[in-house]
Design a protein around this ligand. Sequence first.
Ligand code: ZN
Length: 362
Amino acid sequence: MRRTRPIPVLDGHNDTLTQIRTAPPGKERSFLERSEHGHVDLPRAREGGLAGGFFAIFTASPGYERVVGPLMDDEGVVIPGGRSIPLPPRLDRRVALRWTLAVMSDLFRLEEESGGEVVVVRSAADLSACLRDGRLAVILHIEGIEAVDTRLEALDVFHQAGLRSLGPVWSRPNAFAHGVPFDFPRSPDTGPGLTDAGRRLVEKCNRLGILVDLSHLNEKGFWDVASLSDAPLVATHSAVHALCPSPRNLTDRQLDAVGASEGVVGINFHVGFLHPAGDVNPEETSVTRIVRHARYVADRIGVEHVALGSDFDGATMPGDLGDVTGLPRLLDAFLDGGFSRSDVHLIAHGNWERVLAETWGG
Ligand code: ZN
């Protein structure tokens, strides 16, 4: 109301492609048409000012939903009382590869059907062009890289197809690294660091210009990436451990390393990573909690290291945010929380643009 032109938002993480593909009967949706289900589709993205973001491909562990019940989302387990659930076992590579190819094909088909409205971006120039022309920029991200063999041959193919970001692990362990479990409260120092294949993965991502996402990685893995990688350190969808002691959040030392590397933290909107008590009823938390985590990071390492990493369609949003159409309310909360308009531009899109240009090169 009092604000002028909406500030475009580049977002560090959504699970929209997975949600669309796995929608239960009665909740089917298409990305190109407005739906009341889930958090993101193209019409709602336009309304909320979403200019683009990281679209994750995530392979669920077969049968795991039956173990944890219908309350599980990509961010693990949203169970009243904060009970923790064991992580699923390692995922078969063939299962991950089949699923990953299917969701990539969904994405390329929707890009085609969008008639130029949705673009899978492969370079910083592509990204700037989308922001300028108002086309939705999709950054192809794989969360948990089980679909790639330890010789990393599939990585070349995925890169050629447009992959520009990956998380070595979702929380379950794989051939490359170990992720954090969903226990609460807990330190992120939960197990061993990268495997030899994980180290080769980081080096190859650096060489190809693929962003290595630190969200979901445990602390030893984080420090292994920090010592190996020559790119800015990035957690696409995490928050602040000092404010909410989930192992998915970053400790002060980790934040300092992100700042020193000129990297960025995409603040996750999941209520279980924002509220000091962990999982709470979404109505008990609000967008001001996102601002509080952002303020902590900005005060500690600088506003140029703060970004957004919503986790739309993969997590439980604060009650007053709702879905992607709530983004203007969030940006207003940043302005009301003492961030300047130029700070909000950095947080909303400028910091991601800088870090992606640096990481992707050219
Ligand atoms: Zn995630």
